[in-house]
Design a protein around this ligand. Structure first.
Ligand SMILES: Nc1ncnc2c1ncn2[C@@H]1O[C@H](COP(=O)(O)OP(=O)(O)OP(=O)(O)O)[C@@H](O)[C@H]1O
Length: 245
């Protein structure tokens, strides 16, 4: 497993979000979100339903209209760039619900939207990592299970060699056997130096994968902590999320 998926620059900030505001219609959904992700770091956004986690990812990508604040990627302001340009810069996005086209084959989904011929080494690497995708490469993606579709969506994102991936609830609605596999894959991606901003409902998954956690309430980050601190003092998780660890 040594295909080059990214070129880590240890210690530098990959994503820097300051005071991000956004509305849906007239309703403000983000009221000044501040967060950052370092190169090769996995950071998770946690919060109760409807606090604005998905909206944060969408606003970073420009899929939700920003009303204020700034978004910098590798030190450059991307606030005015249209969403479709971001993939070329090295920002990958795996949306909630995965965005898989069920009537296209697994391989067609994997190669979808690439601007140049797929890198054969990378294709080989992805099929080696995910043998289930290799076995079904010419099968309609709609025949895959939810977990396999999630893995396909992650694979498609990796085809573009991102240095940052925004992952929205990758384990939602996935059977437990595949949750472990998806967790392993996210950890493997991070190990290769790709930065990950993860939105998760599953607190244990978030704590296992991320080194830092941002807790959101009502469209803002209200608390930041290391996973280690949250694990050793679960009262913070209980206070913000209402769940016991
Ligand atoms: N299309 C929409 N129209 C109107 N309001 C919306 C729309 N999408 C989201 N919202 C509202 O925006 C707020 C933030 O939603 P968002 O999906 O970002 O939250 P979330 O933290 O990701 O929640 P969840 O975990 O339920 O996905 C919520 O109050 C939600 O009801």
């Amino acid at each position: 497993m040594n295909a080059p998926l990214a070129h880590p620059v240890v210690g530098s900030t990959v994503l820097d979000v300051k005071g991000l505001q956004a509305s849906i219609g007239r309703v403000p959904v983000l009221r000044g979100v501040d967060l950052n992700v370092g190169a090769g770091e996995t950071v998770a956004l946690l919060g109760r339903n409807g606090v604005g986690k998905t909206s944060t990812l969408r606003a970073i990508l420009g899929l939700l209209q920003r009303r204020g604040g700034s978004v910098a990627f590798q030190g450059a302001d991307i606030g005015r760039l249209p969403a479709y340009k971001l993939s070329g810069l090295g920002i990958g996005y795996v949306p909630q619900g995965r965005g898989i086209f069920p009537v296209l084959t697994v391989e067609e989904n994997l190669f979808l939207g690439l601007r140049s011929a797929p890198d054969p080494e990378l294709v080989e690497d992805i099929y080696t990592r995910f043998p289930r995708l290799a076995e079904r490469r010419f099968q309609a993606a709609g025949t895959l299970s939810g977990g396999e579709q999630q893995i396909l969506a992650i694979g498609r994102c990796l085809m573009r060699k991102p240095s940052l991936i925004l992952l929205d609830e990758p384990t939602e609605g996935i059977m437990p056997k595949l949750v472990a596999e998806i967790r392993r894959e996210i950890a493997a991606i991070a190990k290769r130096g790709v930065a990950v901003l993860l939105v998760e409902q599953n607190v244990r998954t978030a704590l296992a994968l991320a080194s830092r956690i941002y807790l959101m309430e009502r469209g803002q980050v209200v608390h930041e902590a290391t996973s280690h601190d949250l694990t050793t003092d679960p009262s913070t998780i209980h206070r913000y999320l209402g769940v016991a660890l």
